[in-house]
Design a protein. Structure first.
Length: 146
């Protein structure tokens, strides 16, 4: 496990940019942390680093946002408001199986059984108003992202 400290939204976004620049397609990234911990800020950087100029917003109400770049599609899922994935389980499975997709999932507990074994888990821990600790847990074949 590795850790990075963020002292601002800009730092959190920059960590996302750095990982986004390394995306190849087919990756699964699970984001864990409380509301307001910086997950959407991180995704904003991830999308920018991957080459998209799209405006990133939290998918809490729409469940899934999609960001298209020249080389891949970032699918950002948020299962916070759901108690059962329903038909989204099929959508998630299809998305994860397509190597041109990157799947980013928040509040993954209800879909845990569907997730690939190979994933990058990023835990966002709030240290203070501006400070965050990001913990990275990953399978060896995804080490290139961190």
């Amino acid at each position: 496990m590795e850790e990075k400290k963020s002292t601002s939204e800009k730092d959190t976004q920059q960590i996302g940019i750095e990982i986004g620049q390394k995306l190849q397609g087919g990756e699964l990234i699970v984001l864990e942390g409380d509301l307001g911990a910086g997950k959407t800020t991180f995704v904003r950087g991830l999308v920018e680093g991957a080459g998209s100029k799209a405006a990133v917003s939290s998918p809490s109400f729409v469940i899934k946002n999609e960001y298209i770049t020249d080389k891949l599609i970032i699918n950002h899922f948020d299962f916070y408001r759901l108690t059962d994935p329903g038909i989204l389980a099929e959508t998630l499975t299809e998305t994860m199986s397509d190597k041109k997709n990157v799947s980013v999932i928040e509040w993954s507990d209800i879909v845990k059984s569907l997730l690939n074994k190979d994933k990058l888990i990023i835990r966002f821990k709030v240290l203070s108003n501006n400070e965050r600790l990001l913990e990275f847990e990953y399978d060896e074949n995804l080490k290139y992202l961190v």
